[in-house]
Write a protein that binds this ligand. Structure first.
Ligand code: G
Ligand code: G
Ligand code: MN
Length: 415
């Protein structure tokens, strides 16, 4: 491929054409390998290669450049347009599940990075490497996405590499911490629970926000050990919180989609809870709406095991995804969290108010309780209480706090 790209670059001067390099990576290919075996992974890859091969048009060359990566070389007088067309064709080619004999259909997606000659590189090596960097950004944005290389990508890629090794070290040392934000019952403003929120202060990188290090942990396979550190700590601390706040107190803990595809997942969670001595009914799993609606067919089964084992389920960021109400009902979640963007609109925006009102009514009709997120003003609090929303959480009551400071709320309350 390197030779082809360099040849193309050398020959375009006379043709008026330009060159773009696309690097396509299969999303979560490791998962196919791990769950279905390497030979199956190989057969799946072969099928994808076949499909991409069919895209071959004039002035396009395709090569497999690594385990689950393909490079495409495009030559065109209008490379931007040709690239856009190619990106759509790639998406179409993977829209169908892979079908292999005696196996259920395997859904796949591909993320693509694009680098253009000469702005993104003047030789094959730099174009390939920059297209690959852009592909990793595409994967972080949303699997199945595409991204054009930008010079910032290299700075970021370098930082991410450093961050990854720092996170690996931090997890070994048990450095990531858990902060707690009170969940308040609106009827009597008592604290009936806490949401655990991961925090990481790195000596090298400073405070790293969770929406950076959690996706990083997911991509690098560090999410499992990270969750073990966090869950272990939170479960032990929750036992003490229950002593202070009363037996109805529950701990809410966030999990992400990528954790719900391990068959032993429910068992691991149960083991953490019993090691800490935290009753299962005092533990609430927060999963976003999109996690619950995941395409992965193992997710419903794992959720069922968790529910049957007595763990509470709560649907996070509700109103931002696409839910099947029938499935929501079947999941038997106890509560639903109204996303803070709707709460922020209370008192300002009639549409936002009606959405919040409808979410609350729908939750009640499906036998779920409602927790409002991001409550910052007394008006929002009263508005929600009037609508029959049971619980609330937000800066009005308290920011997320370290354990010791959270325990002080035992005496202080949140007014
Ligand atoms: O705290 P805030 O900036 O704290 O959190 C940002 C996002 O990170 C939230 O959407 C929250 O759900 C997520 N998050 C916080 N802690 C954890 C955790 O321990 N595990 C997972 N999977 N997500 C978390
Ligand atoms: O996605 P999830 O609901 O898990 O995210 C929780 C996030 O909400 C955390 O980042 C937390 O710090 C943040 N948060 C908590 N209370 C408030 C609030 O009152 N206002 C805003 N803007 N964010 C909040
Ligand atoms: Mn949450």
């Amino acid at each position: 491929m390197v030779q082809n790209i360099d040849n193309a670059i050398a020959s375009i001067a006379s043709t008026g054409q330009q060159v773009a390099v696309l690097v396509c990576g299969l999303d979560r290919f490791q998962r196919i390998n791990a769950s279905l075996s390497y030979p199956v992974g190989d057969r799946a890859l072969w099928q994808i290669g076949q499909r991409l091969g069919k895209l071959a048009i004039k002035h396009l060359q395709i090569a497999r450049i690594g385990g689950d990566q393909f490079a495409l070389l495009l030559r065109s007088t209008d490379p931007d347009k040709a690239t856009q067309r190619m990106l759509r064709a790639i998406q179409r080619s993977v829209a169908r599940d892979i079908k292999l004999a005696q196996l259920p259909p395997i859904p796949i997606s591909i993320s693509t990075g694009v680098a253009r000659h000469p702005i993104d590189g003047d030789n094959a090596e730099s174009l390939l490497s920059n297209a690959e960097t852009a592909m990793y950004r595409a994967k972080r944005q949303r699997r199945g996405d595409s991204a054009f290389f930008s010079a910032e990508d290299n700075v970021k890629a370098h930082r991410i590499l450093l961050l990854e090794s720092d996170l690996r070290r931090a997890i070994k040392l048990g450095e990531p911490e858990v902060f707690y934000q009170p969940i308040v019952r609106l009827r009597d403003r008592r604290i009936i629970g806490a949401e655990a929120l991961a925090r990481w202060y790195s000596a090298e990188h400073g405070q790293v926000p969770p929406d950076q290090f959690i996706p990083l942990a997911e991509e690098t396979g560090l999410i499992r050990p990270l969750t073990q550190v966090l869950l272990n700590r939170a479960a032990h601390e929750a036992v003490q919180m229950r002593q202070g706040f009363g037996p109805e107190f529950r701990l809410a803990f966030n999990f992400s989609a990528s954790q719900l595809d391990q068959s032993g997942f429910a068992r691991q969670v149960f083991a953490h809870l019993s090691a800490a001595g935290l009753p299962r009914e005092a533990f609430e799993m927060e999963l976003t709406e999109s996690t619950m609606m995941s395409q992965d067919e193992r997710v419903p089964e794992i959720l069922r095991q968790l529910r049957q084992g007595g763990i509470r389920l709560s649907i996070d960021d509700f109103g931002t995804g696409f839910s099947s109400l029938a499935y929501l009902h079947e999941l038997d979640a106890q509560s639903l969290k109204v996303d803070r963007r709707f709460v922020a609109q209370l008192g300002h925006d009639a549409a936002g108010e009606r959405i919040t009102e409808s979410i609350i009514a729908m939750a009640h009709a499906l036998n779920m309780e409602v927790i409002a997120e991001g409550v910052e003003t007394t008006e929002q609090r009263d508005w929600l209480a009037d609508l029959g929303c049971e619980y609330a959480q937000g800066y009005l009551f308290s920011r997320p706090r370290p354990f010791d400071e959270f325990m002080e709320l035992c005496h202080l309350g949140v007014g």
